[in-house]
Each structure stands twice: as structure tokens, then as C-alpha cells.
Write a protein that binds this ligand. Sequence first.
Ligand code: K1U
Ligand code: ZN
Length: 173
Amino acid sequence: MAIREIITAPDPRLKEVSKPVDRVDDELRALMDDMLETMYAAPGIGLAAIQIGVPKQVIVMDLARDGEQPQPRYFVNPEIIWTSDDTSVYEEGCLSVPDLYEEVERPARCRVRYLDYQGEIREEECDELLATCLQHEMDHLKGVLFIDHLSRVKRSMMLKKLMKQKKLQKEPA
Ligand code: K1U
Ligand code: ZN
């Protein structure tokens, strides 16, 4: 397993549309293992493959709270097949938009069909943080970031802050 580099906005690779995976084999499981290790190290609660520069429809997630047993989840070729009309608002973050958080409104519940770590087809109804995080990660597969849900003014303010952070990181101490 390896910790990979997480790419950050405005890297153009984050705008790529990810492709479906042909089959879940050992090579894909190795990618999912690396993604999970990268996500835990960040730390984060979700990660899409494109965030480490791999344009495949793969998501990993773990929503276990501090002190709970890890609950890794793997979603390959996920499809949202239903969303509720009612919405919820959550203050989202993103490992590709580091240290910036903003409220985003999304459907409160959704139903997802996907392949799991073993390549078995599964369906699950999601709510609360699982619904929010899954929709956030699904957006990554379409080349969309949470800041794209904000007004143009807020988005450009966040991008400016991000560029400032990046510049400060490059400057010698
Ligand atoms: O970059 C990502 O896609 C991961 C992102 C997932 C997410 C968080 C909140 C709402 C929607 C989607 C993160 O994990 S940001 C970091 C974060 O939320 C967190 C980090 C450490 C502990 C707890 C949460
Ligand atoms: Zn994200």
C-alpha cells in the first residue's frame, strides 16, 4: 500500500470526467487500498480516484467516528438511481480544496447502485453524512468540485484563498 499525492484545485485534472471500470481485479483492489491509506493519512472521510490523478469511477469512504472500528467502504462504477426532493445543508470540505469549508445544499437522501471491493453488485439507500459525502464524491467523478455549487463570487473568493495558500507554501521559510 502507498500514500499517493492528492491533487488540489485549480489543477485541470480535477475537471476530468472519470471512466467506468471494466472489472474489479487485484490491480483495482490495490488502487482502492492506496486510496484508503491516502484518505486516512490526509485525514479525510472520502476520496475519489481522480483526486490522486486516476480518472476511474472509484470512490472510497470511511465515516466511522473517532474511537470506533474503521468502516471502509468502496464504490466502483457508482450510479445514483434516486434522490429525494427534500434537501439538507452541510458545511463541506474537500481534500482537493484544502482548509476551506462552505455550506452546500443537496438532496437529503439518495439511492446508489455500485460494485463493492469484491466486484459484487450492491444497492443502498443513503442519508445524513453518507448521502452528502457520496454526492460530493460522485461530483468528483463528473469533474465537479463543491465550490462549483457556490455563487460565482464565493467560488472566486475561495480560489483566490487557495492560490494564496499555495503561494505561501512555495515561499522559503
Ligand atoms: O476531498 C474529499 O472528497 C473528501 C472530503 C469529503 C467530504 C467531507 C465533508 C462533506 C462532504 C464530503 C473530506 O474528507 S474533507 C475532510 C473532512 O471532512 C474530515 C477530515 C477529518 C476528520 C473529519 C472530517
Ligand atoms: Zn472532494
